[in-house]
Design a binder for this molecule. Structure first.
Ligand SMILES: Cc1cc2nc3c(=O)[nH]c(=O)nc-3n(C[C@H](O)[C@H](O)[C@H](O)COP(=O)(O)O)c2cc1C
Length: 203
């Protein structure tokens, strides 16, 4: 009996060693590609949060890491981040944002801004910071949190309001405020799949 158990365990161990060696040689991807699509399809604008729940610094760092991994024109990375945790500032932003009232229940906000003083920066800073924003929204979803993009630039009044509240220098242009918190579950993803929007070769 003991011999049989030892035999089975040895065989299992051998299979494991063979699999690890094989996966290292042929580089079997460790992340299933399907999980990326699943994350993208599950993301939704979350405007309803469980009040008073803290998002940890560790979670915030992961969110910012995802943001800074975004592509940018000429790899200039012309972005800056203002992490807002101060309740008074969050409430002021909520009060003064025509479409950002949910900030009053958010755990925090991250303002994604373009830095126009970066050498060589062009209007592509808008696409660069938009890519940052999408990365952030996806990481927020992956962490089980919820977020919504609150528009800033190019709406002058909104961008100026953010600049004033956060004391941003002239060259720092806020693209948006990302409101983040723990979702209540009310907000759900939308099905946007429309094959008629796809064109092959010519429109
Ligand atoms: C450039 C931009 C600006 C947006 N501004 C706001 C905003 O000010 N307030 C808001 O509640 N949602 C805002 N949104 C979120 C959109 O309303 C939302 O993405 C859209 O309704 C689709 O829903 P979904 O994110 O759940 O897929 C904005 C989104 C983008 C891309």
């Amino acid at each position: 009996m003991v011999k049989i158990i030892i035999g089975i365990l040895s065989a299992a161990l051998l299979i494991c060693i063979c699999y690890i060696t094989y996966s290292e040689i042929v580089r079997i991807p460790k992340i299933k590609q399907d999980s990326v699509l699943e994350n993208i399809l599950n993301r939704k604008s979350v405007r309803n949060y469980v009040k008073g729940k803290e998002v940890t610094d560790e979670q915030i760092e992961k969110i910012l890491k995802a943001g800074m991994a975004a592509p940018s024109a000429r790899n200039l990375q012309p972005w800056e981040f203002i992490v807002v945790k101060d309740r008074k500032i969050l409430d002021a932003l909520a009060e003064k944002s025509p479409h950002g009232k949910m900030l009053s229940d958010a755990s925090l906000a991250i303002v994604v801004a373009g830095n126009l003083n970066i050498e060589g920066v062009s209007d592509f800073w808008i696409q660069d910071t938009s890519a940052v924003t999408q990365n952030i929204l996806l990481e927020v979803e992956a962490l089980g949190l919820g977020a919504v993009w609150i528009g800033g630039y190019p709406k002058e009044d909104r961008a100026n309001m953010i600049k004033k509240e956060l004391k941003l220098p002239e060259n720092i242009i806020p693209l948006n405020i990302i409101s983040i918190g723990y979702p209540t579950g009310k907000d759900q993803p939308k099905d946007k799949w429309k094959p008629e929007k796809i064109h092959y070769n010519k429109y």
